[in-house]
Structure formats: structure tokens, C-alpha cells
Design a protein around this ligand. Structure first.
Ligand code: AMP
Length: 219
């Protein structure tokens, strides 16, 4: 099963993907995490990608698309994957369709998370990530048991560089609205879209929505 997590930054895509991985036993492919690991290890791909990521811009498709295609070839993706952060443009969605068609697969479900803009910015600023196991926490909404320490592996949590810079945050949200939002209509037409409103205002976070989705998928 191929699932795509769609939604602006900070809506809880990574968090929901984590619940779905645990419930479905297929891996999460987060393009942002792959880029950050490459930046941390100063690989050629990481050095190139960082030129765009630090400014809040999209990494070119010539780097991103083959990276995802190669990851989907790996053994653990045989039964599917949860794509988090890809596709981000119509062009990437078309490339994904081709990559999957060659493997006799297709996109089965697109989960579109929507959250009010003010809440999104607040969530990006209060997000903390584990540089080791990539778990995501939030100092307000989902704090770790011990302040600043990852619940899963005990590593010190960090704030992403692009979450520290208000200009990069603004740029990322602008790109999301211009380039990624059209995917909502694209996947609606394909009949695979499911939209979930995630907000503290109605006390509905990624956890509750994930439990419902998992229950339905397992029916
Ligand atoms: P994320 O962790 O999904 O917020 O991604 C962090 C950054 O990585 C983004 O702001 C982009 O610069 C880059 N990135 C992640 N996924 C993609 C993608 N599908 N296409 C292009 N750039 C991406």
C-alpha cells in the first residue's frame, strides 16, 4: 500500500506517519529526513540540497526524484511505504506515478492534513526533532517525557535550522500554497484523497486521526 502524507509544514504529517508505520508495518519515507541525514553527514547530495533547504526552497527534482525512486527500490518497501514530504508538486506527482507504474503499484491513499495558519507557525517554532531516530516532538503539544531528550532513544533533541529562521518558514509556507496545494485537487480527481482537519481548537491531533484511519484500513 502506498500512502502519501499531504499538508503544510507543522500539521503533523511526520507524527501521523509514525503512527501509521507502527500500525501497518510499512516504512516511512521522509524526503526531509533523508536530506537532513545527508546534510549531517556532509555527503555530496547533502551539500547540494542544503543550498536550497537553508533558504526554505525546494530541492530540484533532478536530485529529489531519483532519491525517492532509489529508496522505493529497497527491500523494506516491497509491501508499500508512507511518503512524507513527497510529492510536493504536480511534476513530482507525475514522476511518482511513473515510478510506481513500473512496479505495478499506484497511490492508494492520500491523507491531506489541514490546520489554521497561525497554529502552523506556532507548531513549527515549538517543534523539536531527534537527530538520531528522527522522532518529532513539540514543546507544547507533545513534549518528551524528559525535557529536551528523545523518548525513544535518549538522544538530545534539536530544533531544525529551517524552523529557526522566520524568513525560511514564510518561504516554505508560500511554496506550499503555490506548488503543493494543487495536489489536493489532483488527488481528489484520482479518487484517493482523504482530508483531516487537525487543530487544538477542536482537540483533534494527529494521534486521534491516525487511530481512526488505522481502524478503517484494517476493516
Ligand atoms: P520537510 O522536512 O518535509 O519540511 O522538508 C524540509 C526541506 O527539504 C524542504 O523545505 C525542502 O527544502 C526539502 N524537501 C523535502 N522534500 C522535498 C521535495 N519533495 N521536493 C523538493 N524539496 C524537498
Amino acid at each position: 500500500m502506498i500512502i502519501i502524507m499531504l499538508g503544510a509544514q507543522g500539521t503533523g504529517k511526520g507524527t501521523m506517519a509514525g503512527y501509521l508505520v507502527a500500525g501497518l508495518g510499512i516504512p516511512q519515507i521522509s524526503t526531509g529526513d533523508i536530506f537532513r541525514a545527508n546534510i549531517q553527514n556532509q555527503t555530496e547530495l547533502g551539500i547540494e540540497a542544503d543550498k536550497y533547504i537553508s533558504k526554505g526552497e525546494l530541492v530540484p527534482d533532478s536530485i529529489t526524484v531519483p532519491m525517492v525512486a532509489n529508496r522505493l527500490e529497497e527491500e523494506d518497501c516491497q509491501d508499500g511505504a508512507i511518503l512524507d514530504g513527497f510529492p510536493r508538486t504536480i511534476e513530482q506527482a507525475e514522476s511518482l506515478k511513473e515510478i510506481l507504474a513500473k512496479k505495478d503499484k499506484k497511490v492508494d491513499l492520500v491523507i491531506n492534513l489541514t490546520t489554521p495558519r497561525e497554529e502552523i507557525i506556532d507548531r513549527m517554532v515549538t517543534r523539536r526533532v531527534c537527530p538520531n531516530c528522527k522522532a518529532t516532538f513539540n514543546t507544547k503539544l507533545c513534549p518528551p517525557k524528559v525535557e529536551g531528550i528523545c523518548d525513544n532513544c535518549g538522544t538530545a533533541l534539536v530544533q531544525r535550522d529551517d524552523d529557526k529562521d522566520p524568513k525560511a518558514i514564510e518561504k516554505r509556507l508560500q511554496i506550499y500554497e503555490e506548488k503543493t496545494m494543487p495536489l489536493v485537487e489532483y488527488y481528489q480527481k484520482e479518487g484517493v484523497l482523504r482530508t483531516e482537519f487537525i487543530s487544538t481548537s477542536i482537540n483533534r491531533l494527529a494521534k486521534e486521526a491516525s487511530e481512526e484511519i488505522l481502524a478503517e484500513l484494517k476493516k
